[in-house]
Write a protein that binds this ligand. Structure first.
Ligand code: CA
Length: 222
């Protein structure tokens, strides 16, 4: 399992490399954003550990560019202490999780395992219900053969719902997947994004596929 570390603090890179290698991960490193982006595009990593403050291109930009290129390698972002905005921005840019510096190695390992596990459980290549189809390799959603353009958040929400067809999925589970476990809703964000998603996949159709389960969350069913 190969991990890419993108971090300009050489000392930290060395520590991480040693620790990860001891856990039998193979490790590659890049010391600025451009190098990191190039490596992440060229090679197939299982996971990327991405610092935010980097020379040449910051971690947000690297993350956004990877996601825009449909490269969905799990990303754990490293943020500075107290940088709440950074965390939100990182998750918005498409990161899977974040760690606040300084962090302990055991915490890093726990996050890596969690991210990889999460990725695995939602990793069937094609998911479908009725004529709605999600191709995870192409990162493409179609309804009756027509491509539906979704934002990264909408895609993640649909991904969870499609992984549990016919089951009520709790609000917390949806939020965890799309925003991250520490996200607290302030403005009904989940409903807003679910409504966008509903409109996009239900365009011109009588029956919606996404239903509200009062007091619980949402369900995707025919
Ligand atoms: Ca840095």
């Amino acid at each position: 399992m190969a991990i890419l570390i993108v971090e300009d603090e050489k000392k930290l890179v060395d520590i991480l490399k040693r620790a990860l290698k001891a856990e039998r991960y193979s490790v590659d490193a890049a010391y600025d954003g451009e190098e990191g982006l190039a490596k992440a595009i060229k090679n197939n990593y299982s996971l990327i550990i991405l610092d935010i403050l980097l020379p040449k291109k910051d971690g947000f930009a690297v993350c956004r560019e990877l996601r825009a290129r449909h490269i969905h390698t799990p990303i754990i972002m490293l943020t500075a202490r107290g940088g709440t905005d950074d965390r939100v921005a990182g998750l918005d840019a498409g990161a899977d999780d974040y760690l606040i510096k300084p962090f302990g190695i055991t915490e890093l390992f726990a996050r890596i395992r969690a991210v990889l596990r999460r990725r695995k459980t939602t990793d069937a290549t094609i998911a479908k219900i009725a004529d709605l189809l999600m191709d995870k390799r192409k990162h493409e959603v179609t309804r009756a053969g027509k491509v539906v353009i979704l934002t990264p958040k909408e895609y993640k929400l649909l991904d969870v719902l499609l992984s549990n067809p016919g089951e009520a999925v709790t609000r917390r589970k949806l939020i965890d997947h799309a925003w991250g476990p520490e996200f607290k809703e302030a403005n009904n964000e989940l409903n807003v994004h679910i409504n966008y998603l509903r409109t996009k996949i239900g365009k011109g159709r009588k029956k919606p596929l996404i239903y509200t389960v009062r007091g619980v969350g949402f369900v995707l069913k025919e």
